[in-house]
Write a protein that binds this ligand. Structure first.
Ligand SMILES: Cc1ncc(COP(=O)(O)O)c(C=O)c1O
Length: 332
């Protein structure tokens, strides 16, 4: 068999294996179903007045593309104006635009650390931070337990034992993307004050538009702008808060099924590979045994859509819970 045929066959087998395990990811166009998956929390993607404003503003732009990277010919006054606005809005010294939140994390983490610096990150930090860390010069990279101030301090002390001079960067998210937990940022910043050369980097992807005055994020809400080194905001998500209603309807589920969260991101733990019509989050995105459906609540979701969703979840989970319990009693 020639080598390219061999490679094709091996890739085909890998795809088949994924398919057999219901793990094959397939791109889907937007459906007409009620939206409980997108990050468009505010419904801005289809907001007509915003759409009209974008059309009006783009009428004044006299070219179709940037013509190159910003370092070469692609720089523009529009980008500079937006960065200036964002820096002022977020009470930050400066702002820099990236193509996406993923690129921002990658760029930030891959370029600012030197070999003698360390990075300590929440164990649930987003994949884009991991990619940035992988490309970073820093040789010391350790996780601390999720949102756990004591564990963070233990890790700082470990680093200081071997390197008291290097800078230590601490990576956290404001709202954790898979669980919806809000970071204990203020507690962490207070606890870390006694240690020199520690710098917080806060990924505000899921708090942009949700927390803080005019949706400026958690750092602004807590007035901690001067205490953090950098914040990453993305344009890919936005505001919405149907949180409490939704949780009230699911309060009779067995303990531990509905994950703790006061944010628009709601997690419902489900048995592995259960077939559902909302987007499932599987391992390795979340640890094995913690597979879930991730529900995003939006300002445009109606009460009846939410009722329909919560009733379906209840039926599904309670049925699966009852049949598991039956199976266990039968075996006993
Ligand atoms: C916490 C977090 N940071 C960064 C990103 C990347 O943002 P973007 O989708 O703009 O690339 C995401 C995206 O899901 C995220 O959840």
């Amino acid at each position: 068999m020639d080598s390219s045929r061999e490679l094709r066959l091996s890739l085909k087998n890998k795809l088949k294996l994924r398919n057999d395990r219901s793990m094959l990811r397939i791109l889907k166009s937007n459906t007409h179903l009620a939206d409980f998956s997108s990050n468009d929390y505010l419904g801005l993607a289809k907001n007509e007045s915003l759409m009209n404003n974008i059309k009006l503003a783009s009428a004044n732009i006299l070219q179709n593309g940037s013509t190159g990277s910003r370092l070469l010919t692609g720089h523009s006054q529009h980008a500079e104006d937006l960065e200036f606005f964002l820096a002022q809005f977020h009470k930050s010294e400066d702002a820099l635009l990236f193509n996406s939140g993923f690129d921002a994390n990658y760029g930030l983490f891959s370029c600012i650390m030197t070999e003698k610096d360390g990075i300590i990150y929440d164990e649930l930090i987003h994949a884009s931070v991991h990619e940035g860390m992988r490309a970073s010069k820093s040789k010391y990279q350790k996780s601390f337990q999720h949102n756990d101030v004591e564990s963070l301090i233990t890790q700082i002390q470990e680093f200081k034992k071997i390197n008291n001079d290097g800078h230590l960067f601490i990576a956290v998210e404001s709202i954790y993307s898979m669980d919806g937990h809000v970071s204990k940022l203020e507690e962490m910043i207070n606890a870390v004050k006694n240690y020199k050369n520690c710098h917080f980097i806060v990924d505000e992807a899921h708090s942009t538009g949700i927390l803080g005055p005019q949706g400026r994020g958690l750092v602004s809400e807590l007035k901690l702008e001067s205490q953090v080194l950098a914040r990453v905001h993305t344009f890919g998500k936005a505001l919405g808060s149907h949180g409490e209603k939704f949780r009230g309807s699911l309060c009779d589920l067995p303990n531990g099924i509905l994950l703790e969260s006061d944010t628009p991101i709601q997690g419902v733990l489900v048995p592995e590979r259960y077939q559902l019509d909302v987007r499932p989050i599987r391992s390795p995105t979340v640890p094995k045994g913690e597979e879930r459906i991730r529900i995003c609540l939006h300002s445009h979701n109606t009460d009846s859509e939410i009722d329909l969703l919560t009733n379906s979840i209840k039926t599904l989970i309670l049925n699966s819970y009852v049949s598991n319990t039956n199976a266990i009693s039968a075996r006993l």
